[in-house]
Structure formats: structure tokens, C-alpha cells
Design a protein around this ligand. Sequence first.
Ligand code: NAG
Ligand code: NAG
Ligand code: NAG
Length: 255
Amino acid sequence: MLFVSTITLLVAAVLPSVTLAAPTNTTIVARAPASFTHPGAFVSLPQLSFVRDKVKAGAQPWTNAYNQMMSSKYASLSRNPTPRATVECGSYSNPNNGCTDEREDAIAAYTLALAWYITQDSRYATKAISIFDAWSTTIKSHTNSNGPLQTGWAGTSWPRAAEIIRYTYTGWSSTSINNFSNMLRNVYLPGVINGSNSNGNWELVMLEAAQGIAVFLNDGASYDKVMTKFLGRVPAYVYLKSDGAYPKAAPGSGL
Ligand SMILES: *[C@@H]1O[C@H](CO)[C@@H](O)[C@H](O)[C@H]1NC(C)=O
Ligand SMILES: *[C@@H]1O[C@H](CO)[C@@H](O)[C@H](O)[C@H]1NC(C)=O
Ligand SMILES: *[C@@H]1O[C@H](CO)[C@@H](O)[C@H](O)[C@H]1NC(C)=O
């Protein structure tokens, strides 16, 4: 009993987003915490501060990585975001009507958020916010065959960026936060929360996006739904010899 609850504590410490069902049962169940820890989604405040301290001290490999980040086009303070009402992505992003633009603007917002945190130079935070605003006041939908995958790709970067800005920078206005939250809730989340039964890589990136969005929106119900799917998909995606001759099937895949 003591042993099992020690394991429970250890697992809870390593995987703060996942809790064990009961001390005598090691089945992992999806369950949102009573309140989410922010910034979250991808990196935590202790991780961000750890890296900032390493960069300040000139330690490697953090300083080289930081320098590469700061000299990349994604950290540029002169980026002009190019939002669209409809991002249309066909197979292999052909046609590519806003697909690369959207992904790169979202990656830039995340890069700028990291740059803000490490430098504490507010120009990076306000640039990230201007990218949030450009997209949140414009985008309405993702269309064509790669639309769900595209929503997952772009949708993983937005909450990573927004969590850092919202919880470490005081200058993000409530109207702008509201617009951005509505964008994630209405344009992105419905496109990714059901996952995709077609390909594991599609479903996993869609669920990653949905999970980050649920954290940003403090939406425990969506978080539980996503994690339930994730916990079914991972054993189907990663083949173990102990699975037998065939990989496990994802729940609902009909296989
Ligand atoms: C463990 O808990 C899960 C979820 O509540 C349940 O489905 C499963 O049957 C339990 N397994 C055992 C061995 O008790
Ligand atoms: C929020 O959205 C409204 C409606 O699209 C828009 O008028 C307003 O300018 C937006 N605010 C910000 C800060 O982007
Ligand atoms: C997702 O599933 C729900 C039912 O659980 C359904 O109402 C909704 O239309 C689905 N969304 C998409 C985009 O297919």
C-alpha cells in the first residue's frame, strides 16, 4: 500500500497532467486537475526560469540555442503577420492558401514569447500579441483535405505562445485575450477535439493542439475528452512486442 502510493506520487510528479485511478489500480485515467498550473501547455514557469538563468550565465548548450533562436526569422520584430479568413490546405498543402503563413505566424508568436521571457524586453511580448490580434480578428475556418492536420499544426503553437504571454506579461489587454480565446474555442478546438481515426500522426498532433487549447481555456471537460483519446491512441501508435502479432487498435478506429 505504502509502495503503491509512493509510485502514485512519483508518477503524479512526473506527469502533472495525468493522475492514477486508485492506489491499487495502475490504470491511467484522463482527469483534469481542479485548476491548471499556468504557464503550461508545453513549458512551465520553472523550466522557463531555468533556461533564462542558463542564458544569463552564458552556459551551454542553452546560450547557443538561444542565439540561434534570436537570429531566426521567427524572432524578428519586423514580421508582418498575414492572416486569412479561410486557410485552405489540400493534400501535402497543395493548394497552400495561407497554410505555411499560418503555421509560421504561430511559430513566430511562440518564439517571440520565449524571447520575451528570456530577455524581459517587452517589444517581443507586444509583437507576439500583434500576431495574436491579426489572426484572432480574421480567421474563420480551415478547409480542404489537410484542414484538420493544419489546424493541429498551427493549434499546437498558439497556446504555447499565449500561455507564456498571459501569465508572465501584464500588458495583454482583456479584449485581446478574449478575442484570442474565442478564436481557439470557436475556430481551432472543434476542428481537433474529435481527433482523426485515419492516421496516428494526424490524431496525435490534433490532440496535442486540443490539449494545449484546453489548458489555455481552463476547459477541464475538453481536457478530459482529449486525454481519453490520447491514452487510447498512444498504445496504438507505439508498437510493443508484447502487443502480439498486430499493433493495438485505437478505440473507435473500427480495426
Ligand atoms: C482499473 O480501473 C479502470 C478505470 O476505473 C477499470 O476500467 C479497470 O477495470 C480497473 N482494473 C482493475 C484490475 O481493477
Ligand atoms: C477584438 O475583436 C473585435 C471584433 O472583431 C475587434 O473589433 C477588436 O478590435 C478586437 N480587439 C483587439 C484588441 O484585437
Ligand atoms: C465531434 O464529435 C461531436 C460528438 O461527440 C459532434 O457533435 C461534432 O460535430 C464533431 N465535430 C466534428 C468537427 O466532426
